[in-house]
Design a protein around this ligand. Sequence first.
Ligand code: SIN
Length: 294
Amino acid sequence: MKNGESWQAAGMSFTPITSAIGAEVEGVDLAEDLSDEQIAALRQALSDHSLLLLRGQSVSPEQHIRFSRRFGDLEKHVLSDFCLPGHPEIFIVSNIVENGRHIGAYGGAKEWHSDLSYMAEPSLGSAFYCLECPSEGGETEFASMFAAYDALDDDRKTWLASQRAVHDYAYHYATFLSHRKPLTEEQKAKIPPIAHPCVRTHPDNGRPALYLSYALVSHFEGMSPEESRPLLKELTEFATQPQFTYKHAWRPGDMVFWDNRSAMHRACPFDDNSRRLMYRTTIEGDRPFFKTAA
Ligand code: SIN
């Protein structure tokens, strides 16, 4: 982990964004096929800083997919209507309506979450590319779950170490996305609720990260929703305090690559009369685990 200072690796320069989360990367063109050395340096920085910002990029869907595939296989989102035609690995997030239909996922992601946490093997990371954005608002805010975990008091750490949280997309959809057409039974069958440890060990660097969210978790395993909800709210609020966060104001050509194993994010509001068009690839990950320190 590099603190505060910039560093160079594989011909690229890296500069931390905040002390808790993020590093800006310069000297790399994602339209090119990157070397193994560049990918290893990016992977290391992602594990250490949970988010990489690469500005001034110009990538086609094929180049976006090729870059993302260097980190793992890609997910195809259960909301297949919002995937880019011909490129199901690209999930469109947008408020744009064409021919009477929304071309991408709209009005969502406003609550703190980690992408695809409701899967048995949730996503490793997401590469989010800005094509169009409003001049004001529509930022994405990120929070370090390493920093949040580190700041918990010892009693909370001990309690959370033995808890599992039930991540449930159908619950989330019904509760937070009621403006969209309901999930079909076929879609629901693909995403049954799943319990994950509330603290997960990062597989690359062994650091513990808080892994829960008020919006995606319906309840703690073995506890009622009534008991769970206030505690989930309190923990999510604790984990997303300003000292753990970074708010990214988008410019077209920005690629932000974040680590879903150690960061949560949420979309900020914007005037719906302006256009926002973002393409996301979502890299497959492993089953979360928690290993106590020896
Ligand atoms: C997402 O959750 O992947 C989208 C976030 C955003 O729209 O800013």
